[in-house]
Design a protein. Sequence first.
Length: 89
Amino acid sequence: MSVDKLLAKHPSLTHSENVKVVSHTQRQEGDWIRHTLMIEGVDVPFVFKRGKPYQSLKGARVNLTYYPVSETVAGMAFEQMKVVRIKRA
């Protein structure tokens, strides 16, 4: 599905192009690998899950489609962006 169709179908989605990844971590979470990206100029982490490890994206430029979510840890709410689609720019 193209980005334009995704954005039209789901108004809460945001698409960013050619953003620089400054940090990329991967950790096992059950059967999934949880990926956390930090983007240059943004203080909120971008997260997504995959079944397999991914090559490091640190320093790479990527296109992201995402939406905001809140995760509660130890009774505190943390804002993050849930990545729906990621692709190298």
